[in-house]
Write a protein that binds this ligand. Structure first.
Ligand code: NAD
Length: 415
């Protein structure tokens, strides 16, 4: 399905923003490459006694605005290039939503679906031990991403703390509540996606009550987005996961679909729904489309057939530059991932602040602060789009890249 690698897409987006911002060539060149990339071999004793070696990495893009921050992905197709693109998007995202972090990402090439809990724990702990000199509360703070979760973060925290000799909850975010996680973190990415879709709908004069929504991916971001959208009155007409999708024009109950997926392993084969492919899901007739799976899903090939009025990117990099152009021609409002899914890293920031200050905020406080941050970021991007007469992606990139470039210029070059 892909036309370009995620890194080629990320570099092309940076080029467009750099050109619009009239960025110095040296700065553009620096931002095109990560500050540091660490590649590791992770040896794991498997349940049958064999030792397997997994390839992993951590890419730290730039940290001019604060410590590196970004998720860890476990997936069989993870590559260093993909993780580099994801790290670059994290740098822009933290700047767009204006939190004091740089961007990073980690990845391990493995198939968690075929691994036992014990094997995943040993993999995570060994990987953490290899990153030990590169991560930490003031250096680089990991979080969950595809096929990692709160439990993975707990193992990272415990391994890091064991090496330090004291408990360091602030070394990682997206943790379970029992060990310093934040209220609202699990749903925060999706909350942010729905807030952005709501603000976009207001601009388009679209009512959210009974607005139809299709969601690709039914993991942390997809399922929570479906749930939150449903709870505010939207009608969820299609959802999917890596196996396939389901379509039900009358509307689905996302809670029941979640139960069904927990029992059967997939959303497909749900009574009263038609099974569809992921490609068909993207082309579903709906008001709001939320891609919440992987990169390169909406491409030059299928963008012409997207029927949504709003595309809110829950995933990182689901839309290629060719598709961006096609969506613009069709006057579809695209909310780019570096804005739409920035609620996750924002709540991670709140978790880190709570850990550093040894506080625990209420859900109401977290959600109120998240709402304020997301609405401000949305308005900042929209204002830039109006000023520059650009689409929302270019505006968000200009805002993010511009803020990072400004910080780098202010710091100067050492030595
Ligand atoms: P997850 O592992 O919880 O869920 C991933 C979902 O995508 C699963 O339902 C899986 O079945 C589905 N999927 C995998 N391959 C697919 C395919 N080829 N087609 C359709 N569906 C497929 O991961 P997540 O945390 O929900 O992350 C999803 C996306 O959101 C990623 O792009 C991630 O980088 C991005 N994101 C996540 C967070 C976060 O807080 N977790 C924050 C910002 C952005």
């Amino acid at each position: 399905m892909s036309e370009k690698t995620a890194l080629a897409v990320a570099c092309e987006q940076l080029r467009i923003a750099a050109e619009k911002l009239n960025l110095q060539t040296e700065l553009h060149e620096m931002l095109r490459h990560p500050k540091r990339s660490l590649v590791v071999s992770i040896m794991v004793r498997m349940d049958d006694g064999r030792i397997d070696v997994f390839r992993g990495c951590r890419v730290q893009h730039w940290d001019a605005r604060g410590p590196f921050k970004g998720g860890i992905r476990y997936h069989p197709n993870v590559t260093l290039d993909e993780v580099t693109a994801l790290a670059m998007w994290m740098t822009w995202k933290c700047a767009v939503v204006d939190i004091p972090y740089g961007g990073a990402k980690g990845g391990v090439c493995c198939n968690p679906k075929e691994m036992s809990r014990g094997e995943l724990e040993r993999l995570t702990r060994r990987y953490t031990s290899l990153l030990l000199d590169f991560i930490g509360p003031y250096r680089d703070v990991p979080a969950p991403d595809v096929y990692t979760d709160a439990q993975t973060m707990a193992w990272i925290m415990d391994t890091y703390s064991q090496f330090k000799g004291y408990s360091v909850p602030e070394c990682v975010t997206g943790k379970p509540l029992s060990i310093g996680g934040s209220e609202g973190r699990e749903e925060a990415t999706s909350h942010g996606v729905v807030i952005c879709a709501r603000e976009a709908a207001k601009l388009l004069g679209l009512k959210l009550k009974n607005a139809t929504v299709a969601v690709q991916g039914y993991g942390n971001v997809g399922w929570n987005a479906a749930k939150i959208a449903h709870d505010i009155g939207c009608k969820i007409v299609a959802v999917s996961d890596s196996v396939g999708g389901i379509h039900c024009p009358k509307g689905l109950n996302p809670y029941k679909i979640y139960e069904h997926k927990s029992k059967t392993g997939s959303v497909i084969n749900y009574k009263g729904c038609i099974n569809i492919t992921n490609e068909e899901l993207l082309k579903t007739r709906c008001d709001i489309l939320i891609p919440a799976a992987l990169e390169n899903q909406i491409t030059g090939t299928n963008a012409g057939e997207i029927k949504a009025k709003i595309v809110a990117e829950g995933a990182n990099g689901p839309t290629t530059p060719e598709a961006d152009k096609a969506l613009q021609e069709k006057k579809i409002m695209l909310i780019p991932g570096i804005l739409a899914n920035s609620g996750g890293v924002t709540a991670s920031y709140f978790e880190w602040v709570q850990n550093l200050t040894r506080e625990h905020w209420t859900l109401e406080k977290v959600n109120n602060k998240l709402e304020t941050k997301m609405v401000k970021a949305f308005n900042d991007v929209y204002k830039t789009a109006k000023q520059e007469e650009s689409d929302m992606r270019t505006a968000a990139l200009m805002l993010g890249v511009g803020r990072v470039a400004e910080a780098m210029k202010t710091l100067g070059l050492w030595p």
